[in-house]
Write a protein that binds this ligand. Structure first.
Ligand code: NAP
Length: 304
């Protein structure tokens, strides 16, 4: 399979010399980022596991050397939070060693790295949104592997941004919102966790933010997520409201699900540094949800 390349005709960004390699381009965020870069006429190349398995350091180096990007956005990850508990080896190979492989190859090519990370690096004991300097204390193998990835990237190159995000939804993958839609359409009742709060984030809005961050000089950690916080129950209720679908919605406790991985009960992210760096404001999670539903045509333009 060949990498996905943007077609560049009138290319202002290419004129400025920017070229972006997007790993994991078939995932929820990778797809949205490729769309955003195409719209901005940025020279971009998307690769996924078939073209560049991030656990294969030699392959990563070969692709980066061939493509000569000025920036690499590492969206590749093992994101099955519960599966990570039973597949810790693969989880760390992709999320920690893979991140290091990407960052090391990028550093050798003088490219900067944007490494994606997660709100699940926190333990959820805070009462206020987590700022970038809050102490991480992951509760799960997934959170540990992502934190290790952050540290390894920082160890191999100073020319990096770690962008922590949360509760992603977007086209091209199964996510919490798509599961709600599927069940509601099937007329099935919904039992949804109401004692975990986080920052639901539309991949399209995060992709716009990443494109903005490609232009900033800052290096370090930046939190980027939908503005405001919500429980999973709140998100499901808003999906039903926006689509006009009827389904029985019941609030349950996370403990009722008996999932393999522990999640933080509260992991909302403080996103003020992003605004300070870019002058941009992240849309709210409700706006993100409405935009996503429009994108997959679950709501008409009249419902805006
Ligand atoms: N989803 C969330 O709620 C969430 C929340 C916070 C942070 N994040 C972070 O945001 C980033 C993007 O997440 P996402 O939701 O877009 O993930 P995603 O939809 O699972 O996409 C990840 C992509 O990486 C690919 N991949 C897996 N292993 C790989 C490997 N060894 N080499 C190369 N590619 C590989 C996946 O392929 P396969 O599908 O074939 O495995 C998939 O196409 C990740 O860093 C994730 O940790 C996600």
């Amino acid at each position: 399979m060949r990498p996905l390349r943007t077609t560049i005709d009138d290319n202002t960004a290419a004129g400025s010399g920017m070229k972006v390699l997007v790993t994991g381009h078939l995932g929820i965020l990778g797809r949205a980022l490729m769309v955003e870069l195409v719209q901005r006429k940025v020279d971009a190349v998307g690769v996924d596991v078939a073209q560049m398995d991030v656990t294969d350091a030699g392959r990563v180096r070969a692709v980066v050397t061939r493509e000569r990007p000025t920036a690499v956005v590492n969206c590749a990850a093992f994101t099955g939070v519960d599966d990570c508990e039973s597949h810790k080896g693969l989880c760390f190979a992709v999320n920690a060693q893979g991140a290091e492989n990407v960052a090391a190859a990028a550093a050798d090519a003088d490219a900067r790295v944007i490494q994606l990370s997660t709100d699940y690096v926190f333990d959820g004991t805070s009462r206020v949104p987590y700022a970038e300097d809050a102490k991480p204390a992951p509760l799960s193998a997934y959170g540990e592997s992502k934190l290790e990835g952050e540290r390894r990237v920082a160890a191999v190159t100073s020319d990096h941004l770690v962008v922590r995000t949360a509760w992603l939804f977007g086209v091209g993958g199964v996510n919490f919102v798509s599961k709600v839609l599927t069940r509601a359409k099937a007329g099935e009742p919904l039992a949804v966790v109401d004692d975990e709060r986080g920052s639901p984030t539309y991949a399209g809005h995060l992709a716009t933010a990443l494109a903005e961050l490609l232009d900033v000089e800052f290096r370090g950690v930046v939190h980027v997520a939908g503005a405001g916080d919500a429980s999973w129950y709140d998100v499901a209720a808003e999906v039903l409201r926006l689509t006009g679908m009827r389904a029985r919605l019941e609030a349950i406790a996370a403990a009722d699900l008996d999932l393999a991985a522990r999640r933080p009960p509260y992991s909302a992210l403080d996103i003020s540094r992003y605004t300070a760096l870019t002058g941009q404001i992240m849309p709210s999670w409700r706006e993100g949800l409405a935009a996503y539903l429009r994108e997959i045509k679950e709501v008409s333009d009249d419902a805006r």
